[in-house]
Design a protein around this ligand. Structure first.
Ligand SMILES: [Zn+2]
Length: 299
């Protein structure tokens, strides 16, 4: 048995995996902006899961936003900014009293979907998290690409491509730049852009529900979102040309994206025909935690 924890900006999801699959799962809200409380929540979640399956200390893998700086060993680039500059691995290990394997959340998603999900058996894939933050992971030659600087797949802080005049320079991002993909494509970004357009509803689900009831502002917000995601992914296709693009995170549940985005992206992909499938993660919300449970086995 192994435990996988997905430390997200909104929720912390934990699973216990054995050779048959998931045997226990639990989800708690992420304490906002509080590093000590976040560590405590991860520790309590591990203890709760262990209590559910017999009380023994199990191997733990943790998926987290951002990446670990290979020189200093501390977290950098996390949209949950209270993690940045922290020795997360050391601190979680001290809390749990055992070694813990860590990896970027999008890389955990990739491990899970490569193992038995949407990318199973494929040589190349690009995997995207559209949640509280925006991240990516690259699979090439059937392997997750960590990258020379530990930055492989970091995509959310590249700029939105092919911007229109009214999209320039874009909103300031917590990273110090303007107009990063995360400022256009995260869940909070969609809610902010929708509110700025005069819309009501602060979740993707609420905006989708309004669009389905014919609300013109909600329809326009989702159309603008699809258009931007199509441009962002067209740039990825032009660079990597993966066999599949897999979406995870809260916005991956918006079904119309799988139709609308490929309908738009051929305008920017440098080819007459684009056959790249755009699909949701097979394991949905649990993908990150499942991949984290596999850390140390197949990372
Ligand atoms: Zn940024």
């Amino acid at each position: 048995m192994r435990i996988g924890i997905d430390l997200g900006g909104t929720k912390i999801e934990g699973v216990v995996l054995d050779e048959r699959g998931v045997i226990a799962r639990q989800r708690v809200a992420t304490p906002q902006g509080d590093y000590a409380a976040t560590l405590a929540a991860v520790g309590n979640l591990v203890n709760t899961l262990e209590a559910q399956v017999g009380g023994h200390a199990l191997p733990v893998g943790l998926g987290h936003p951002g990446s670990i700086d290979p020189h200093s060993g501390v977290v950098r680039n996390a949209n949950s900014v209270c993690l940045n500059g922290r020795a997360l691995q050391q601190d979680v290990e001290a809390r749990l009293g055992r070694p813990v394997a860590l990896a970027n959340d999008a890389n955990c998603l990739a491990l899970s979907e490569l193992h038995d999900g949407a990318a199973r058996g494929l040589q190349s894939a690009f995997l995207v998290i559209l949640g509280t933050g925006v991240g990516g992971a690259v699979v090439a030659n059937g392997q997750l690409q960590h990258g020379f600087n530990g930055l492989g797949g970091e995509w959310g802080h590249n700029p939105l491509p092919w911007v229109s005049r009214d999209e320039w320079p874009g909103a300031p991002c917590w990273c110090g730049q303007h107009g990063c993909l995360e400022t256009w494509l995260s869940g909070p970004a969609l809610a902010r852009l929708h509110a700025n357009a005069g819309g009501v509803g602060d979740t993707a689900q609420a905006i989708v529900a309004q669009a389905e009831q014919g609300d013109a502002i909600a329809r326009a917000s989702l159309e603008a979102y699809s258009h931007r995601l199509a441009r962002a992914l067209a740039a990825v296709i032009n660079l990597l040309d993966p066999q599949i693009i897999v979406l995870a995170g809260g916005l991956s549940q918006v079904r119309r994206l799988y139709h609308d985005v490929p309908a738009h992206w051929s305008r920017w992909v440098f080819a007459d025909q684009v056959q790249t499938p755009l699909v949701p993660a097979v394991h949905g919300d649990a993908s990150g935690a499942l991949g984290a449970a596999r850390l140390g086995i197949e990372s």
